[in-house]
Design a protein. Structure first.
Length: 408
């Protein structure tokens, strides 16, 4: 008799966004004439820029010629892309990351999930609260999170590190010793960031406690302020204690094309139980070779075009477009009487829900009274209660319209 992975039964009922979709469908079926503005899911709306489309067309053409056709590629990514990433995202910023420390994949979501393959389920895990739900759920799936407590909304084995207005969205170092630390900066969902000094405390903690930081910088390109680290490796000593995840999804609109990368520095090593030194870079490379067949050639050529000077200019225009939306949302919400956070170094605005309402009650109110869909903060963790996430990824027209409705 076969068995199933019963850890899955500990997952909380429905994934946040499917609950939102269900509520939205219900409302739409009862109010077919109402025009709804979606500011919930963090998907982009701007099309792929011409420079990248051109590179993809060229790569497609190469596929029809026997001399340039490509079959299986290297599972870790083509050298041409790994070199570009190493140079443009790291070396040009004085960070010494080499191509063989970079692993190209089809998504940061998959990578932050799959990394647990090489880490196992015996680590004490810390997550900031609220948090991008994938970190938590993937730990639940491998049995590292323990039982769910309905009253607290927390898993018994997870160390929750609150980030909220009371601590200025700066997470405090855990009082209990932890092994794995997920940090997402700029943060989804709060849109807030840490400066170098604040991030350094975490790197120092990891070094002192032999912990590993899993650093998700999917929104790095949205940083507008100085002294905000784009990469954790800007912090001294971070290469010995951190893995960094990046994605072309929000940087270049690749949510449908799919391309991302993970940096596993050669410095990362651990003693196995028999005393041998084990390098995480080697383990991750082995994992990729065994379980992954690489990102398509066409996609990697598309990602390469991101680094052309024309590509950089064009994607910046889209990022600026979203950040202008963010400004409109921030200022519009403030004018309507709401307190907001984030939205300066990230395309997310974290709005304080009016006193007396839960974040789901505010969701219902905004949907039924203003026909605006956002994401209830509690869906990202218990400390998200009392907050609400709005995204800046919509069209300019809808963003302006939504803020007009908010102020009415
Ligand atoms: N990490 C964070 C913090 C995200 O918000 C997202 C997407 O919303 C991802 C990773 C997923 O990135 P990808 O599209 O590369 O899987």
């Amino acid at each position: 008799m076969y068995k199933i992975n019963e850890n899955y039964l500990e997952l909380q009922d429905s994934y946040l966004f499917s609950t939102i979709a269900k509520k939205l469908e219900e409302y739409k079926s009862k109010n077919p004439d109402k025009e709804i503005i979606k500011m919930g899911i963090g998907d982009v709306t701007r099309p792929i820029v011409p420079c990248i489309i051109e590179a993809m067309h060229k790569a497609v053409d190469e596929m029809q010629d026997g001399a340039t056709f490509r079959g299986y590629g290297p599972e870790q990514g083509y050298e041409f892309l790994r070199e570009k990433i190493s140079k443009c995202d790291y070396k040009d910023r004085n960070i010494d990351i080499n191509p063989d420390e970079i692993f190209v994949s089809d998504g940061a979501k998959c990578d932050v999930a799959n990394i647990l393959d090489i880490l196992g389920n015996e680590n004490k895990v810390a997550i900031t609260d609220p948090v991008y739900p994938v970190y938590l759920d993937t730990n639940v799936m491998i049995g590292a999170a323990g039982k769910y407590n309905k009253e607290t909304g927390m898993y018994e084995n997870i160390v929750y590190v609150p980030i909220k207005a009371e601590n200025n969205f700066v997470p405090e170092l855990p009082k209990k010793k932890v092994d794995l630390i997920y940090l997402c900066l700029p943060n989804n969902p709060t849109g807030t960031v840490l400066n170098k000094e604040e991030l350094k405390k975490w790197v120092d903690y990891a070094r002192e406690n032999q912990a590993l930081i899993l650093f998700d910088s999917a929104y790095e390109k949205y940083i507008t302020e100085k002294n905000i680290p784009h990469s954790i490796y800007e912090i001294e000593g971070a290469k010995e204690v951190s893995i960094e995840f990046r994605s072309f999804s929000k940087t270049a609109g690749f949510t449908g094309i799919r391309c991302a990368y993970t940096v596993v520095p050669k410095e990362l090593k651990r003693k196995s139980s028999n005393g041998d030194e084990v390098y995480l870079n080697k383990l991750w490379s082995r994992r990729m070779s065994t379980k992954f067949n690489g990102v398509s050639y066409i996609t990697q050529r598309a990602a390469e075009a991101v680094y052309l000077s024309e590509g950089q200019k064009q994607i910046k225009q889209n990022i600026d477009y979203y950040m202008e939306n963010a400004r409109i949302i921030r200022e519009g919400s403030n004018k309507a009487g709401f307190t907001t956070y984030g939205g300066v170094n990230a395309p997310y605005i974290w709005l304080k829900v009016p006193e007396g309402l839960t974040s789901w009650e505010f969701f219902d109110k905004l949907l039924t009274e203003k026909q605006i869909v956002g994401t209830p903060g509690v869906g990202f963790g218990p400390s998200g209660e009392g907050y609400f996430r709005l995204t800046a990824f919509g069209t300019r027209e809808n963003t302006i319209k939504a803020m007009e409705r908010m102020s009415m």
